[in-house]
Design a protein around this ligand. Structure first.
Ligand SMILES: Cc1cc2nc3c(=O)[nH]c(=O)nc-3n(C[C@H](O)[C@H](O)[C@H](O)COP(=O)(O)OP(=O)(O)OC[C@H]3O[C@@H](n4cnc5c(N)ncnc54)[C@H](O)[C@@H]3O)c2cc1C
Length: 472
């Protein structure tokens, strides 16, 4: 049997061990090492209701060599390493539950190469999605995945992120061609090549995508890019009920209409948009849509979607073809997290997401809305519904234990409901700390046992982001 270290037995390093670790970190990383309380707390989780668990120290990496040295140094000290992109994850992913070092990768933010002929690029993990698209602006290419936050591509790969465009362009699992990773003994490896497909061996790329920093540190990413479409049209359409909006979505997807974005905004969230983003949308369930293609195909898609919506009692599709109008609508969508807070000033968001097969979307959303009404929560819903994915954000007073418990119980019912419908407890936010409790129900004990053994074989010392994805 493997000998357990003091940290593995007791959960954290002793104060003496932390002092020795920090002394070696300061010697190697100089002013890129920081153990001040403010910086440590900023690297524990801050965006959710989960309590902040700061690391013992923070190191800002600037190169692959920094990461390699850090991993070797932490292995010698038996110190956990929690990779950190921009810290926008929502399930306590970057909380340092066992202390150790938060490895901040945001300064590794170089775009290393763009190949317009092959429609791909090579980047460092701290490049953010907006930074990448800014860099690509004059190339006629873009990277389509857009979580609401300006997340790092390393964090997005590690959480298997998606966003409003995923219904047409896919999620991180579809758009990462290969990764450069520093593994537990400090070696660097590549998981694949720039080829668009390969049958050569186990698919390590997809094992790292969604691994939430538990298997190794991503230091390089090869991404697929897309050409900017010739024509883009956006619009919004209101519905008498949330079921009608969901059924419109289901029919749109089932009919094969190649919609680029189809977002559900419930009545409460529409009110939040109007409050915060100064839109003047009717306070009814709403679908926010976008079509990409040629002028002709966009016109055809718009017409066809309008017919489907009308068949479910939807209002007129209000089009936004000008860039400024489209930007205003999508900015309102991307600001949802902040605008929803206006619905209950002073409350904190308890964000959760679920995803079901498209045919179950209307049932799952409607049952969830009934559940919200029964629980008395203020809990707005938005969703990337073309994928069957939606987010619910109870707004709670986190100092009030009864409210936290009610929101937690609601999130559990949502996870059980989605899993029972053949779906998942999280479509894109990931597992982090909180959703570990649904992993066995979703995957079954055999799969979870195999995941534990994969983790142990990649990371026998349990250095990388311990306490995440599943219970040890
Ligand atoms: C307002 C708002 C809206 C959001 N909307 C969406 C959405 O639409 N879709 C969506 O998918 N998510 C969404 N999110 C969640 C969040 O943006 C994503 O989870 C994002 O992928 C996290 O990226 P990050 O850079 O912030 O990573 P972090 O939060 O810093 O880290 C996330 C996880 O990845 C690991 N990690 C980070 N970098 C690396 C690396 N280089 N190597 C290995 N592991 C690493 C960390 O250890 C951690 O486990 C939203 C969040 C907010 C605040």
């Amino acid at each position: 049997m493997t000998q357990l270290s003091v940290r593995q037995r007791h959960g954290r390093l002793s104060p003496e061990a932390v002092a020795a670790l920090n002394s070696d970190l300061a010697a190697r990383f100089g002013n890129r090492f920081n153990a001040s309380q403010a910086i440590r707390q900023a690297h524990g989780h801050t965006l959710t209701w989960l309590k902040n668990e700061p690391p013992d120290a923070v190191v800002f990496a600037e190169s692959k060599e920094d990461v390699i040295d850090l991993v070797k140094l932490c292995a010698r000290h038996d110190a956990p390493i929690v990779p950190f992109g921009v810290g926008s994850s929502l399930e306590g992913h970057v909380n340092a539950t066992h202390g150790g070092v938060s490895l901040d990768l945001s300064r590794m933010n170089n775009v290393l190469a763009v190949d317009a002929e092959d429609l791909d690029c090579v980047i460092e993990p701290g490049v953010t999605r907006k930074q990448l698209n800014e860099h690509l602006r004059d190339s006629g290419l873009f990277f389509p995945i857009d979580p609401g936050a300006d997340a790092s591509l390393g964090g997005m790969a590690a959480t298997r992120a998606s966003g409003t465009n995923a219904v047409r362009y896919g999620t991180m699992k579809d758009l990462v061609l290969s990764l450069g990773v520093v593994v537990a003994d400090g070696s660097f490896m590549r998981t694949g090549t720039r080829a668009k497909k390969s049958s050569a061996g186990y698919d390590l790329t997809h094992l790292f995508i969604g691994s939430e920093g538990t298997l190794g540190i991503i230091v390089e990413i090869v991404l697929r890019l897309s050409g900017i479409p010739e024509a883009i049209a956006a619009g919004h359409c209101s519905f008498p009920t949330i079921r009608a909006a969901c059924e419109t979505t289901i029919e749109t997807i089932q009919s094969g209409l190649p919609i680029a974005r189809i977002e559900l905004i419930d009545t409460l969230s529409v009110r939040a948009f109007n409050n915060y983003s100064h839109t003047a949308l009717p306070e009814q369930p709403l679908l926010l849509v976008e079509f990409h293609g040629t002028d002709h195909s966009v016109a055809e898609q718009t017409r066809r979607f309008g017919e489907i919506a009308a068949g479910h009692g939807g209002g007129t599709l209000a089009s936004a073809t000008k860039l400024e109008e489209r930007n205003k609508l999508w900015q309102a969508r991307h600001d949802t997290y902040w605008s929803q807070m206006t619905l209950r000033p002073g409350a904190r968001p308890f964000a959760t997401d679920a995803c079901v097969p498209i045919s179950r979307l209307a049932d799952c959303v409607e049952e969830t809305l009934d559940d919200i009404a029964r629980s008395g929560l203020v809990a707005p819903i938005v969703g990337h519904v073309g994928d069957g994915n939606f987010h619910v954000t109870p707004l709670i007073d986190i100092e009030n234990a009864a409210e936290v418990e009610a929101a937690d119980a609601f999130a559990a019912r949502l996870a059980h409901r989605a899993i029972a419908m053949g779906g998942t407890c999280t479509g894109e936010h990931g597992v982090g700390q909180k959703k570990r409790e649904y992993m066995e129900e979703e995957h079954g004990p055999v799969a979870i046992d195999l995941m534990r053994r994969i983790k142990a074989s990649f990371d026998p010392q349990n250095l990388f982001n311990p306490g995440k994805v599943f219970y040890a």
